[in-house]
Write a protein that binds this ligand. Sequence first.
Ligand code: CP
Ligand code: NVA
Length: 309
Amino acid sequence: NANANQKDFLHISDFNKSTILNILDRAKEVKALIKSGERTYLPFKGKTMAMIFAKPSMRTRVSFETGFFLLGGHAIYLGPDDIQMGKREGTRDVARVLSRYNDIIMARVFAHQDILDLANYATVPVINGLTDYNHPCQIMADALTIIEHVGQLEGTKVVYIGDGNNIVHSWLLLASVIPFHFVCACPKGFEPDQETVKKVQHAGVGKIEITNDPKEAVRGADVVYSDVWASMGQKEEAAKRRQVFQGFQVDEELMKLAGRKAYFMHCLPAERGVEVTDGVVEAPNSIVFPQAENRMHAQNAIMLHVMGS
Ligand code: CP
Ligand code: NVA
């Protein structure tokens, strides 16, 4: 679906390589401007954004709200108890009403179909702030962070250790657009969506591997990446997952196997002592905080892109 939903930002694979690279270049430019203290670039002046959150958030909420404000706009936070999309009111109605007040909608939802419906019925751009299926804004920020630290994304080896979840799907979809090597090491039965894997293999752009052996996977990695074992919506499975995921913790030993050049990344929030040790998060080669900061800069560029400014 390379041309699907171009008004929106729902999946990285909806865009071609040059568009993704342009958005990342724009992110660097606007980041430099904002970090210089410049406050006269206000492309969103007089604009408003509705932000729908069916799940909790720190980074997504604060980075979108702050970024939109710094570029001149006003963002409205709608938490899980506010509009209760799909419960108090159908998604189709929410989409059409908000489109009459706001210039842009950002949403974090459970079912992926909800973001697709929202985008289909909204007449303004919709940005995906995480669904059970994917998290494209996170992986755009991660790509920016890798470009800044490694020098480029093309040709690098990114090794994800853990659950084949929404983060993995966005990494996979990025590999259908940009040629780099992505490895997902997960326990048996926790592999990413097969259709997504097939689609990315068929695209033949990046090299992807799905394995159950983290020790073998990390060799030669430029980045070792971790995420929680139980995502939002799966927290009641957390205890069981801790058993199943034994051997998939990113610890000092695994980072040693990865080699000296390997950076550590995590989308956060992290459960230290579970999927990653405290020592790995705090090590000098951990770039989790620059990575978190880049959420705002990547998203500013995504918003500029969908707003056509
Ligand atoms: N990484 C991320 O999306 O964080 P939040 O859940 O805090 O928004
Ligand atoms: N996989 C995690 C990512 C949180 C940013 C979740 O969905 O909860």
